[in-house]
Design a protein around this ligand. Structure first.
Ligand code: ATR
Length: 277
């Protein structure tokens, strides 16, 4: 057996749920690259030490997840324009001697939306994930970009940064949007799985006012079909789960590191299989 010589990994805290090692290890194998991708559970106070290690050991790249996506920026030599807009990085890599940060969450989010136009977009939630989504939507020339969040002040602050509009959480069902994106944790496997961020009645009301099916996009991928998507589908909406975004952010990171992109269908099948277990 060949011993891998190229080291990659993901940092986050806690990291129990990450499917990235599965996906990237599979991709390295398929591409015949002697890489290994490890899960590194890393508390916030160790972030500086970690990037010191990256500059010392032969670590060629990696991913960054909650809660380090913002704080990791300070340890980079350079970050991309889209990462700067999102104020967060989820990928690091070497460009010569420079340690660089990128945000492939944006690339992943936008992947299923290529060539689409939305007049009105509603983003539910205003946390770290929402910032990348809003930055992504801004590149699609959305005419009216609206953010609703339980904590109104956070929505206001995010809206201000992107020339968007903030809407009180209680009023989120009153907006007739062409795309609604859930970036909150509502519907995620666990304690919040039975919850939805969007009123079912608003799904029906919006559908009635539109000639075409609006798009419900949930960035949650576990479960694959959240209550939000199930209700949206039943109301005649087009649906997009977080699986595509997850797979595409990983493929984009892998491309940065290796120059090749793993097969999308194989990646999706692998993740789906792991989620079904
Ligand atoms: P992430 O980085 O994944 O976005 P986060 O920054 O903790 O995580 O953001 C979680 C989002 O889910 C926030 O918008 C949060 O709303 P608040 O800003 O009011 O905390 C939202 N959220 C979490 N639980 C919620 C609930 N029960 N009802 C409504 N929104 C909720």
């Amino acid at each position: 057996m060949d011993i891998p010589t190229q080291l990659y990994g993901i940092i986050g805290y806690p990291l129990g749920h990450s499917l990235s090692p599965l996906l990237h290890d599979h991709a390295f194998q398929k591409a015949g690259i002697p890489g290994v991708y490890l899960p590194w559970s890393l508390p916030a106070e160790k972030l500086g030490d970690f990037f010191q290690a990256v500059r010392t050991l032969p670590i060629l790249g990696g991913n960054i997840t909650i809660p380090h996506k913002q704080a990791a920026i300070q340890f980079m030599d350079r970050i991309s324009a889209q990462a700067a807009a999102a104020g967060a990085i989820n990928t690091f890599f070497w460009d010569g001697k420079e340690l660089c940060g990128e945000n492939t969450d944006i690339t992943g989010f936008l992947a299923p939306l290529q060539g689409r136009r939305f007049a009105t977009a509603l983003v539910l939630g205003a946390g770290g994930a929402a910032r990348a989504i809003v930055a992504g939507l801004r590149t699609l020339n959305v005419q009216r970009l609206v953010i609703a969040n339980r904590t109104y002040e956070t929505a206001l602050a995010l809206a201000r940064d992107f020339q968007a509009q903030a809407l009180p959480w209680e009023e989120r069902g009153t907006l007739c949007a062409d795309i609604v994106v859930n970036t909150t944790s509502l519907g995620m496997k666990g304690a919040q799985q039975a919850l939805t961020p969007y009123p079912e009645a608003a799904l029906h009301a919006t559908r009635k006012q539109r000639d075409h099916a609006p798009l419900a996009y949930d960035i949650v991928y576990n479960p694959l079909e959240t209550r939000f998507l199930r209700e949206a589908r039943a109301a005649g909406w087009e649906c997009c789960s977080g699986l595509t975004m997850f797979v595409e952010q990983a493929r984009a990171a892998f491309k940065i590191w290796t120059g090749t992109r793993p097969d999308a269908a194989a990646c999706a099948a692998l993740v789906q299989q792991a989620l079904d277990l």
